[in-house]
Design a protein around this ligand. Structure first.
Ligand SMILES: Cc1cc2nc3c(=O)[nH]c(=O)nc-3n(C[C@H](O)[C@H](O)[C@H](O)COP(=O)(O)O)c2cc1C
Length: 364
């Protein structure tokens, strides 16, 4: 019988329980050291003190074109030495490790998800598209794909050399790697488009290169969609095919989610009103967990410890991750462990999206 508080090896990372903080974008200025450092020490320190086994950072950009803060300000992640950055990062890690928790850095490229760059240039994606008015995308050339593969590896190496406990590749929610996986975005007719073997080629190349760069034993996780919640979507069978290929490459754990985040319909952050609404993608995570032998983490709409434990025990899922509940209550896991098993207070209002990153539901 599994319990929430089993110490386990989660994708090569020894963790003190089965609860993970799922990546939550920090909405931070790019300042490390500085204000960013202080905010992250407070934020991750509170989560670690609050009992989570591991914290996945908000997405960090792999390069200057990623449209998200590149690795908390180290210019464009090319791994050059920067003692003040590393000292600040070490302080953040200490705040997490002081409470026996672990920190995994999520690295990402937004692709065409966000608008044109400030200089008016068009973001890179799988295809020439303007699915959302004002947000055009330009199809990446082979050279740009090769360069982006290298940039993922550099950013991963930088995370490792700065002292992170692990790295997660963001291949979900309609960002660049997910855009290639999804037929909603990917209209290519070359070796990166068409059947899933082709649509997954970019992600598998990134995973292979990052694995080789980090070495065989550094924890490397992937977050992936099992459904895009759009008419044109990756299928569960396709997702399982990709997860098996990732396992073969040497990925250590997979977090299963869904949705491209195109408005309410395909948002992975849905309203959760009752126990019956909990676990938006549990069935898909269960199916992936059955098909692979590396640990699977299930995310989306978990709120009650009873539901978490039931899912863990009725499936091969190894751990559960949460974002909004832990933003609202960083001490949630410790509260449950002390015996107060009332569900998370989070009402899924989604007002936490946007600056500043706080739970606005209980702010007044
Ligand atoms: C404010 C906010 C920011 C988020 N940022 C990220 C992110 O940077 N990377 C990511 O993979 N998911 C991100 N997510 C999605 C969460 O990791 C999670 O998949 C989703 O919120 C569903 O889980 P929940 O019901 O526990 O909140 C974010 C969610 C929220 C609410």
């Amino acid at each position: 019988m599994k319990t929430l508080f089993d110490s386990i090896d989660l994708g090569r990372l020894p963790v003190k329980n089965r609860i993970v903080r799922s990546a939550t974008y920090e909405y931070l200025p790019a300042e490390l050291p500085g204000e960013g450092e202080e905010t992250l020490i407070a934020r991750y320190g509170a989560l670690a003190a609050g009992g989570v086994g591991a914290i996945i950072t908000g997405m960090m950009g792999i390069n200057g074109d990623s449209h998200v803060v590149p690795m908390m300000s180290k210019p464009y992640c090319y791994g050059h030495e920067d003692p003040s950055f590393d000292a600040a990062f070490a302080n953040i890690m200490n705040a997490v490790h002081a409470h026996g928790s672990k920190l995994v850095v999520q690295i990402n490229h937004c692709g065409i998800k966000l608008g044109p760059y400030d200089d008016g240039s068009i973001p890179l994606g799988p295809s020439d598209l303007e699915l959302v008015p004002g947000r055009p995308g330009r199809a990446m050339s082979d050279y740009e794909i090769d360069q982006t593969v290298r940039d993922f590896a550099e950013a991963a190496l930088q995370s490792k050399s700065s002292g992170a406990d692990g790295v997660q590749l963001h291949a979900a929610h309609g960002y660049l790697l997910s855009q290639f996986l999804s037929p909603h975005f990917n209209k290519r007719t070359d070796q990166y488009g068409g059947p899933i073997e082709n649509r997954a080629r970019f992600l598998l190349r990134v995973a292979t290169r990052v694995r080789a760069t980090l070495g065989a034993t550094f924890p490397l996780w992937v977050k992936i969609n099992a459904t895009d919640l759009e008419d044109e979507s990756i299928t569960l069978e396709e997702c399982i095919w990709v997860c098996k290929a990732l396992e073969e490459i040497g990925i250590d754990a997979i977090e299963v989610t869904g949705g491209l985040g195109n408005g309410k319909r395909s948002s992975p952050s849905r309203i959760v009103k009752s126990e019956a609404d909990e676990g938006s993608f549990t069935a898909q995570a269960e199916a992936v967990a059955k098909a692979v032998s590396i640990p699977v983490i299930s995310v989306g709409g978990y709120r009650s410890p009873q539901v978490l434990e039931r899912v863990l025990n009725e499936s091969d899922i190894a751990a559960i991750s949460m974002a909004r509940p832990l933003l609202s209550e960083p001490g949630l896991v410790a509260r449950w462990q002390k015996g107060d098993i009332a569900p998370a207070r989070c009402i899924s209002c989604n007002r936490c999206f946007g600056q500043p990153l706080t739970c606005k539901a209980f702010a007044d």
